[in-house]
Design a protein around this ligand. Sequence first.
Ligand code: IDP
Ligand code: MG
Length: 131
Amino acid sequence: AVPRGIVASSEVEQSYVMIKPDGVQRGLEHYKDLKDKPFFPTLIDYITSGPVVCMAWEGDGVVASARKLIGSTNPLQAEPGTIRGDLAVQTGRNVVHGSDSPDNGKREIALWFKEGELCQWESVQTPWLVK
Ligand code: IDP
Ligand code: MG
């Protein structure tokens, strides 16, 4: 398929999904709702410690689906079969991020991607996964 730009304001629910950590200054704003938490300085050290892989996912219920796949914040409470449950041990090294609401999905995608950087791509398997 030929990639074409999509805009974060589209009507379709979106989730920003990130394989942490990032090396980009913009990351400092990403967790602003957690700025008063005691772990905030270590979280920023972690999230700016190297490159990340950024993704914008979209579809009905994608925020909840992504978080189900990712698992609980604390990997010790994450179910086996989830990314954090299978691959992580500590909350402070929990491998992956997923937006916690459709509004934050839009906000975070706009924070991490400039217009025109997103491409829309559909796997040939998609019609066999979702109706
Ligand atoms: P979430 O990633 O499951 O949505 P949040 O509560 O939004 O969890 O926290 C954002 C990130 O901050 C977590 O994924 C984790 O990396 C880090 N974090 C959360 N709580 C703690 C903590 O108590 N100690 C260290 N890091 C934490
Ligand atoms: Mg969160």
